[in-house]
Ligand binder design. Structure first.
Ligand code: S3P
Length: 175
C-alpha cells in the first residue's frame, strides 16, 4: 500500500494526449499499489449513462467539457486513487488547479508519430473521427503541451510498458 509522506498529495494522476497509455498504465499502477483506479471518461459514461461518442454527437463538445469538469473535480477529491484524466481535461483551469494542489501528476509523453499509429483504428475518439488524425494530434499537442508539462513527472511512454512502470514506481517511491 502506498503511503505519501505529505498529506497534500491525495492521488496519482496520469495526464497526456489520447492514446498515451493513461488507462493501461493507470490500471497497472493501481494493481501494484492496491489502490482504486478511476478513468474519468468511464466515470462520465457511468454518470450520464451515455458513451463519450454519443455525448459529443448528440450534445456537442461544450456540453461534454461541462460534464468533464464536474466529474474530474469530484474524482480528484477522492483519496488514495490512481486517476486517468481524459486528454483534454487539463486545459480546464479549475481541473488544472486541483491537480496541482492535491495530486502527484505524471505526464505520459509519447512521440506524435507513435500516437498517430496507435490511434489509427480508434473508433471511440470523437475528436479524431473522419478527420486527418496527424493534423489533429499535432494541433492538440501544440495547444496542450504547456499544460501537460506542469506535471510533477514527465515520462516518455514510447517503449516497453514494464520499463515505464518500473521507472514510474521508482519515482513515486521517492515522494
Ligand atoms: C479527449 C480525450 C478523450 C476523451 C474525449 C476528448 C481530448 O480521453 O475525454 O474523447 O480532448 O483529448 P482519452 O485521453 O482518455 O482518450
Amino acid at each position: 500500500m502506498l503511503e505519501f509522506r505529505t498529506n497534500e498529495i491525495k492521488n496519482i494522476c496520469l495526464i497526456g494526449l489520447m492514446g498515451s497509455g493513461k488507462s493501461v498504465l493507470g490500471r497497472e499502477l493501481s494493481k501494484y499499489y492496491k489502490l482504486d483506479f478511476f478513468d474519468t471518461d468511464n466515470e462520465i459514461e457511468k454518470e450520464t449513462n451515455k458513451s463519450i461518442e454519443t455525448i459529443f454527437k448528440d450534445y456537442g463538445e461544450a456540453y461534454f467539457r461541462k460534464i468533464e469538469e464536474s466529474v474530474c473535480l469530484k474524482v480528484l477529491k477522492y483519496s488514495k486513487c490512481i486517476i486517468s484524466l481524459g486528454g483534454g481535461s487539463i486545459t480546464n483551469l479549475k481541473i488544472r488547479n486541483l491537480v496541482k494542489k492535491n495530486s502527484y501528476s505524471i505526464y505520459l509523453k509519447v512521440d506524435n508519430n507513435i500516437l498517430i499509429k496507435r490511434l489509427k483504428n480508434s473508433k471511440k475518439r470523437p475528436l479524431l473521427k473522419n478527420i486527418d488524425k496527424k493534423f489533429v494530434i499535432e494541433k492538440l499537442y501544440n495547444e496542450r503541451k504547456k499544460f501537460y508539462n506542469i506535471a510533477n513527472l514527465v515520462v516518455e511512454n514510447n517503449f516497453d510498458k514494464k520499463d515505464i512502470i518500473s521507472k514510474i514506481i521508482i519515482e513515486i517511491n521517492k515522494i
